[in-house]
Design a protein around this ligand. Structure first.
Ligand code: UDP
Ligand code: MG
Length: 318
């Protein structure tokens, strides 16, 4: 019928009722501009929203067959919602973007252009971002640390807003891990990856679905998933302390022989040292615990998500 290639947008939705109408409008404008060469579809993954998001999405689907609506049986988090969308997408290229209009839909056209030029992954890199000072500072610090620690190059100032060619998507589907850091996984896959610069907007409506807890979890997934440096760090710290303690013991032994008369000295030091050592040991155990917890979750091998709603494909002739 047509030799146009397919592009699927994957759009995770968590309480985005205030953004869906404008998002859809801007997406359809983008689709119109790409329509000559591509068949575009929109895959919305409702991640257990508590507002009217799902209702709005279903209404969109009522009037537009390009819209597919999936709904997870409960809130699983952004990375899992995106994973679900990538799993169900059957297209030559998949574009993942946030649904709060922080990622301007129009940039997708630039991503498509990069893909046409031969990129297998075109990731949108923030030239500027319209976030608060604290967010910019912590994000900057985090990505700097990650780039130092990770055993692969994970592009900085880059979220999950990106286009991926089908062959990258197929590789991505082979990553079974539960604690997902998609931007890292894509970087690890390889192929030809290119940056497309863009200016990130502020969230259009609603509030962030990434409060501090979720943010820390994602940050930990990035570092622990792509680096064993924390483990090496605690070994190094342990070794340093052990050697230091050895030298200190030697000194104590010698001083006992040389000057046996003053021996109660240093009690404060002992007390402080005990708490310090205890603290460091607990910290180290915590790092071990992080890895062990993750190993446990991986070996449980549970499914990542369950769909409660799955409305896709052409409308039923009824
Ligand atoms: N999101 C999601 N599940 C969640 C939290 C967020 O699917 O548990 C979606 C959200 O609807 C948005 C994207 O993930 O499309 C990014 O989330 P958000 O804008 O809240 O994060 P921020 O930009 O504040 O880091
Ligand atoms: Mg956002």
């Amino acid at each position: 019928m047509t030799d146009r290639r397919n592009i699927a947008f994957v759009l995770p939705i968590y309480n985005e009722e205030g953004n869906i109408p404008l998002l859809y409008e801007r997406l359809t404008q983008v689709a119109e501009r790409a329509a000559e060469r591509y068949v575009v579809e929109f895959i919305f993954i409702d991640d257990g929203s508590r507002d009217r998001s799902l209702e709005l999405l279903r209404a969109l689907r009522e009037r537009d067959e390009r819209v597919s609506v999936y709904s997870l049986a409960r809130n699983r988090g952004h990375q899992i919602a995106v994973t679900a969308g990538i799993d169900v997408a059957d297209a030559d290229a998949v574009i993942v973007m946030d649904s709060d209009l922080q990622d301007p839909p129009e940039v997708a056209l630039d991503l498509i252009a990069a893909w046409e030029q031969g990129a297998d992954v075109a990731y949108a890199k923030r030239r500027t971002r319209d976030d608060g000072f604290l967010k910019r500072l912590t994000a900057g610090g985090y990505y700097w640390t990650l780039s130092k620690l990770a055993r692969i190059d994970i592009p900085r100032d880059t979220g999950d807003f990106r286009l991926m060619d089908r062959r990258v998507v197929e590789e991505l589907r082979r990553y079974p891990e539960r604690n997902r850091f998609i931007r890292g996984m894509v970087a690890e896959i390889g192929f030809r990856q290119e940056a497309v610069l863009f200016d990130r907007d502020a969230r259009h409506a609603g509030t962030t679905g990434y409060p501090l807890g979720k943010m820390l979890k994602l940050a930990a997934d990035g570092i622990l998933g792509f680096s064993s440096f924390p483990l090496r760090l605690i070994s190094a710290l342990g070794l340093t302390l052990a050697v230091g303690a050895g030298v200190w013991t030697l000194y104590l032994a010698i001083s006992r022989i040389v000057a046996p008369e003053n021996q109660v000295e240093g009690w404060t030091f002992l007390a402080a040292g005990m708490f310090l050592l205890g603290g460091i040991q607990l910290l180290m155990l915590g790092v071990l615990g992080q890895y062990i917890g993750r190993i446990y979750e991986e070996v449980q091998h549970r499914p990542l998500y369950a769909f409660a709603v799955r409305e896709t494909g052409p409308h039923d002739p009824a």
